[in-house]
Design a protein around this ligand. Structure first.
Ligand code: SAM
Length: 261
């Protein structure tokens, strides 16, 4: 990438992060869903080491902290999200056991077999589901758990428009049964899967974006990059409302089995 392109991309990235910093969540989900997913995990104590990968500003991390007692490290590539994350930690007086650090899911700062639980809501797609669950496996203790939410097809077939959109945005989107098979192959017992309620997308993700988009367009009036970005966000939301019976987020919970490294 030449310097000119690099600065254009840096600028895009900053804008996108600024937009998502203004929202409580950076992806579909809810505290209830986080707590439901956690209910399948039975190995946690107040000594547990937990990582929340691609934590954003930490909405789901704080929900986890409310019903676990171990140590949680949130990791995100974007320093602005981690700054907000750590502000939230202090507001909730959780600094003794929750911290946010800047880092990449491609190069996690953990020792082998250090973690009791790996968590990642709506973020593993950045590395790809199959690569993520395979590469992160070594960081879990035997008997440790992984919980990730991931875009998934609900049906074997779907209309061309939505099929093409997702195959361009994230070609690894797949059916629930194929994702479960990938987990099993990566050395996890599939413990549970469940589909996130539509309200995680509508009430908790797309609706709050309506006013965020207005403010953002006002601030960046005439900025083509900002306008195109918001157009894409609106298009993505419209597609969701049109085709939500065919896809959504699914939580996948797995347990690391013995003798599989
Ligand atoms: N988990 C949060 C939630 O559910 O609100 C955020 C989900 S957001 C869709 C995806 C997150 O992944 C963003 O916060 C983004 O900065 C982060 N991310 C993207 N690439 C990453 C990487 N290579 N390593 C760590 N985090 C990354």
């Amino acid at each position: 990438m030449n310097e000119e392109n690099k600065s254009i991309h840096d600028f895009d990235f900053k804008l996108i992060c600024e937009y998502f910093s203004s929202l409580e969540r950076q992806g579909p989900g809810s505290p209830e869903v986080t707590i439901k997913a956690l209910s399948f995990i039975d190995n946690l104590t107040n000594e547990s080491q937990i990582a929340d990968i691609g934590c954003g500003t930490g909405s789901q991390t704080m929900a986890m902290a409310s019903c676990t007692s171990g140590y949680i490290t949130g990791i995100d590539l974007f320093p602005g999200f981690i700054e907000l994350f750590n502000l939230n930690v202090h507001k909730l007086n959780l600094q003794d056991r929750v911290k946010g650090i800047v880092g990449s899911m491609e190069n996690l700062p953990f020792q082998n077999e250090e973690l009791d639980l790996i968590w990642s809501e709506g973020a593993i797609y950045n590395i790809g589901f199959e690569r993520g669950i395979n590469e992160w496996h070594k960081f879990l203790k035997t008997g440790g758990f992984i919980g990730v939410s991931e875009a998934s097809w609900f049906t074997e077939e779907r209309p061309d428009e939505i099929d093409a959109f997702w195959n361009d945005a994230y070609p690894e989107i797949d059916t629930i049964s194929n994702k479960v098979a990938q987990m099993q192959k990566a050395g996890y017992i599939p413990i549970a899967t469940f589909v996130l309620p539509e309200s995680c997308w509508t009430d908790n993700f797309y609706t709050p974006q309506v006013s965020a988009q207005k403010n953002f367009l006002k601030k960046y009036a005439g900025n083509k990059t900002a306008e195109e970005f918001i157009e894409n966000e609106i298009h993505e939301a419209e597609l969701y409302y049109k085709y939500k019976e065919f896809y959504g987020y699914v939580f996948y919970i797995g347990k690391k089995i013995k003798f599989n490294d």
